[in-house]
Write a protein that binds this ligand. Structure first.
Ligand code: NAP
Ligand code: GFB
Length: 318
């Protein structure tokens, strides 16, 4: 690895995680690294020819593959087929172009929702193919699981060094704050912003009981750079906060309500789905590599994200 010149292509570089990697690499620069952050304006990665053109234009030596059709519980439940087909197309084109261009390393991005719904806890990397994922997001989950299969197939047949990370739920600046399609933290932050203006309670979908581990986008970005620079395995690695940091949706909603100093409390809309009850993930493998990694406390990270949303309401995805 040493100081060879690296041209690092970041697909999906304009999204939540991509923007965080842009910030993290500025905080921890390396002279031999040149980053290129793509958005869909550079070309539709569902199109093999457009993908090939992008790779021939930039001739990357390394790829961080983030581009995907991404969304929260309710978006997944409505569009399982689109999540399956779009992500299979994007992933196949990026990995095949990486192989054809002789890319030295690809780090793709899965998600802890891909693991079996009926499983023992905590979940670890060995369980990825052990059974069906949760019904709410089977399309996205099978497309993401296939990346692990593709990585092993490219390695076995061509000796490629394609690997993957498996983050838990991510949040931060530049997230998708759309009330229907986004994830829970940006969704609740947007709803709290409106509730504050209208002097109304914050409406939380479901029972508020499901449990989640949330990783701040900047922390995830720092760990992505570690994986790009130092992680040698083909097998994936979970990137998650510790199990002890798992919280309920109700607790997250309270942190957000407090950050906005809401005066009319929180109400639950039990007509909405809870989705998967929990997907508690072990970060034992990560801790083996990064025993002292400090994650930002959830409350501080949410307050920073609320601040970003208040300052950037006009440009935020809504
Ligand atoms: P995001 O904010 O929605 O960004 C998605 C990115 O992909 C954007 O840059 C988008 O470009 C690009 N993109 C989408 N479709 C494309 C296409 N057909 N061709 C080219 N580019 C396309 O997503 P994110 O939350 O940063 O997610 C990044 C990665 O992390 C994804 O692989 C996701 O599955 C994974 N992940 C996310 C979470 C989470 O909680 N957010 C959790 C676990 C794993 P435009 O900006 O031009 O639309
Ligand atoms: O973040 P979220 O949409 O995704 O929802 P998942 C998490 C939980 O928050 C569910 C509750 O139990 C929702 O019922 N919730 C409460 C809300 N209020 C809201 C709200 O206003 N908006 C949303 N979105 N949820 C996704 C997978 O599952 O996790 C994706 O479907 C992806 O494929 C993502 O993997 C990381 O954590 O349930």
């Amino acid at each position: 690895m040493g100081s060879e010149k690296k041209i690092i292509l970041v697909t999906g570089g304009s999204g939540l995680v991509g923007q965080a990697i842009k910030q993290a690499k500025q905080q921890d620069p390396r002279e031999n690294e040149t980053f290129i952050f793509l958005s869909s304006k550079d070309g539709d990665l569902k199109d093999p020819a457009a993908t090939q053109r992008i790779f021939e234009r930039y001739k990357p030596t390394h790829v961080i593959h983030l581009a995907a059709m991404v969304g929260g519980l309710f978006n997944n439940m409505k569009h399982n087929l689109d999540f399956l087909r779009n992500n299979i197309l994007i992933n196949d084109n990026v990995l095949q172009s990486s192989y054809k261009l002789g890319v030295k390393k690809v780090v793709s991005c899965l998600s802890t929702c891909v693991f079996p719904d009926k499983t023992t806890y905590p979940i670890d990397e060995t369980m990825i193919h052990n059974g069906p994922p949760h019904s709410s997001n089977f399309g996205y989950s099978y497309a993401k699981r296939l990346i692990d299969v593709q990585n092993h197939a490219y390695h076995q047949q061509h000796g490629c060094h394609f690997t993957a990370v498996i983050p838990t739920n991510v949040f931060g600046a530049y997230d998708n704050f759309n009330l229907e399609d986004g994830h829970v933290i940006p969704g609740l932050i947007h709803k709290a912003y409106i509730a504050k203006k209208e002097g109304k309670p914050l409406v939380v979908y479901g029972s508020g009981k499901p449990l989640r581990q949330f990783i701040y986008s900047i922390d995830l970005a720092k760990l992505f750079l570690f994986v790009l620079r130092e992680y040698e395995e083909i097998d994936p690695i979970i990137l998650s906060v510790d199990e002890s940091s798992e919280v309920s949706i109700g607790q997250v909603a309270q942190i957000i309500a407090d950050a906005f100093q809401l005066e009319h409390g929180i109400v639950l809309d039990s007509t909405k789905a809870d989705g998967q009850y929990k997907k508690t993930a072990s970060n034992k493998k990560l801790r083996g590599y990064q025993p002292d990694f400090q994650f930002m406390p959830l409350k501080d990270a949410i307050e920073r994200t609320v601040q970003w949303f208040n300052l950037n309401y006009n440009i935020a995805r809504k």
